[in-house]
Design a protein around this ligand. Structure first.
Ligand code: FPP
Length: 246
């Protein structure tokens, strides 16, 4: 076999409900191009992307995925036009308001990864309320990554650790460091999915992605369906995970 032979995503077969990834993470990419293709404003792409998120989160709960992390807004996305930033924040606020009404009944917990202190007071109140409700029951946990960047997360964790331990890093190990990450207490993602044809992590869960299986597909996020998710999970189930062993 030539070393440059492209390895295809093996997506044939059926989904095995006994071998589900515990944690799926998704880079919801391609909203802008989806809209552009239809002659719509980019904001329409984000609105469609938010609907896809609802469908996929519900499906994850139904099939028994325990954690779903989604990249909704990166530390770099502030560079986008103000109306686009406002539209994404508006969609997030709407999601939080809806979640408050239905999350307990739907058994969906919500947690935020990222520096939310820069969001509006209204958003921060909603985030605190959803966190409080989430602590009362079990269900699928959605980790909404907002104003999130992997490098930023690692730097913040390093600074907090240095503060706590007066910069003595000799005893620092993985487990201790992980307690300082936004994802403290959440198992690493088993499967990271990026739609829209791009094949990179773009600063998403850099620490946590160490042994994640990566899955790429050309469909734009608003066109991503539950069948697409099944294909990604089946591909994951075909992979041999060795975690550095043999
Ligand atoms: C990347 O696509 C997408 C984003 C930066 C925003 C994602 C946000 C949402 C789907 C809405 C959030 C709300 C909820 C409820 C989840 P892009 O705009 O970079 O697409 P492009 O690469 O085609 O331009």
């Amino acid at each position: 076999m030539g070393i440059f032979r492209k390895k295809k995503n093996a997506t044939a077969g059926r989904l095995d409900p006994e071998k589900l990834p515990r944690h799926i993470a998704i880079i919801m990419d391609g909203n802008g191009r989806w809209a552009q293709k239809r002659g719509l404003p980019r904001t329409a792409g984000h609105a469609a992307g938010a609907e896809t998120f609802r469908t996929i989160a519900t499906y994850c709960r139904d099939i028994g995925i325990q954690y779903l992390s989604v990249y909704a807004f990166s530390t770099e996305n502030w560079k986008r036009p103000a109306d686009e930033v406002a539209a994404i924040m508006g969609l997030l606020e709407r999601f939080l308001r809806e979640a408050l009404e239905t999350m307990e009944k739907d058994r969906v917990k919500v947690r935020f990864f990222g520096d939310v202190s820069v969001l509006s007071d209204r958003m921060q109140e909603l985030i605190a309320e959803t966190a409080e409700i989430s602590s009362h029951y079990d269900g699928v946990q959605v980790n909404m990554c907002v104003n999130y960047g992997g490098r930023d997360e690692i730097l913040r964790a390093a600074r907090s650790y240095a503060r706590d331990y007066a910069a003595d890093g000799r005893a620092l190990d993985d487990k201790t460091f992980e307690r300082y990450l936004y994802s403290a207490g959440v198992p690493d993602p088993d499967l990271i999915i990026r739609p829209s044809g791009e094949q990179r992590l773009s600063n998403f869960l850099l620490w946590q992605a160490a042994y994640a299986e990566l899955y790429f597909t050309d469909v734009y996020w608003p066109d991503f369906t539950t069948q697409e998710l099944d294909r990604a999970i089946i591909a994951f189930q075909h992979r041999k995970r060795r975690f550095g062993g043999v």
